[in-house]
Write a protein that binds this ligand. Structure first.
Ligand SMILES: [Ca+2]
Ligand SMILES: [Ca+2]
Length: 293
């Protein structure tokens, strides 16, 4: 009798989808095998899990009766939730569907369970730049971004992040700024204020430009912020003095969104009496006095 049924059944017996989801914090595995087969012909659906380094060979039987993680009964999708602690290594998972007439199909998948590391802040470097790309690095702990009197300049920066899980583990590096001008005076100021004007920026994304082992460099240039960086209007447009706080956030695929660093950059102008005369002498002759050509 099975001589007629078998080829027919075999033609239809497939695994259309095999899903594996391991919850590393809860030590639970969810397995789902979608068959394109009528339930009454399926005798057994199971998943074998095999590993070599820390040897493991175990098997879980899935159900299609809406139990233990199976949502809908008798829909041809077999599932199950199981408790299992999987040490850090690679696993082969083999889903097997067997019919009553001993026809079998299988589908294989490899998963790698690895230790999860938090992204770490390594360093941030600010530059004051000009339209031609020239400029100099700013030591934000000891110096400030000097706002020119008449000429536009640009703020450019890079951040270095370390994550031992690799670059693909970092979905994005973002930041938001809080600007606190102690004073801001002029027609070009977004909001005129004599004392404390505080504004918050939208969220900006950074672009990955280099990777070295597990250290990744991101820069502030992206589709919206063009080279050489953020335009900094001169004091002739808006005379201001204050601090911009940069709040950097890393989005790790495992841990989600994490605040990684908060950095303050002081913005000062020539009239505050302090200036980087070595690099920027001609923009503040009042402080620097004689400039070498
Ligand atoms: Ca089901
Ligand atoms: Ca990570």
């Amino acid at each position: 009798m099975s001589k007629i049924q078998e080829p027919h059944e075999e033609a239809r017996l497939t695994i259309s989808n095999f899903q594996v989801d391991y919850d590393q914090l809860g030590n639970k595995i969810y397995l789902q095998v979608a068959t394109e087969t009528e339930n009454d012909s399926v005798a057994n659906v199971h998943v074998q899990i095999v590993a070599n380094e820390f040897p493991l060979d175990t098997m879980f039987t899935l159900n299609d009766i809406a139990q233990a993680g199976d949502l809908i009964a008798m829909n041809g999708i077999y599932s199950g939730d199981f408790d299992i602690l999987l040490p850090f290594q690679e696993y082969l998972l083999k889903a097997v569907v067997q019919t009553h007439s001993d026809i079998e199909v299988n589908s294989e998948e490899y998963i790698l369970i690895e230790e999860q590391f938090l992204p770490e802040f390594v360093e941030l470097i600010f530059w004051k730049k000009y339209a031609d790309g020239s400029g100099y690095e700013i030591d934000y702990n000891n110096s400030s971004f000097f706002i020119n009197d008449e000429d536009t300049s640009y703020l450019y920066f890079q951040i270095k992040i370390k994550d031992l899980n690799g670059l693909e583990n970092i979905q994005s590096i973002r930041y938001q700024t809080i600007t606190n001008w102690y004073y801001a005076d002029g027609e070009g100021c977004n909001s005129d204020c004599m004392v404390d004007c505080i504004t918050t920026s939208p969220v900006f994304y950074m672009s990955n430009i280099a990777s070295n082992d597990s250290i990744f460099t991101y820069e502030a240039i992206n589709d919206y912020i063009k080279e050489p960086g953020f335009e900094i209007n001169p004091t002739s447009i808006c005379n201001r003095f204050g601090v911009i706080t940069f709040n950097f956030v890393a989005f790790d695929t495992f841990y989600g969104s994490l605040a990684i660093e908060e950095i303050n950059l002081l913005f000062s102008n020539c009239s505050e009496g302090d200036w980087n005369c070595e690099e920027d002498c001609q923009y503040c002759p009042g402080v620097c006095l004689e400039c070498e050509e």
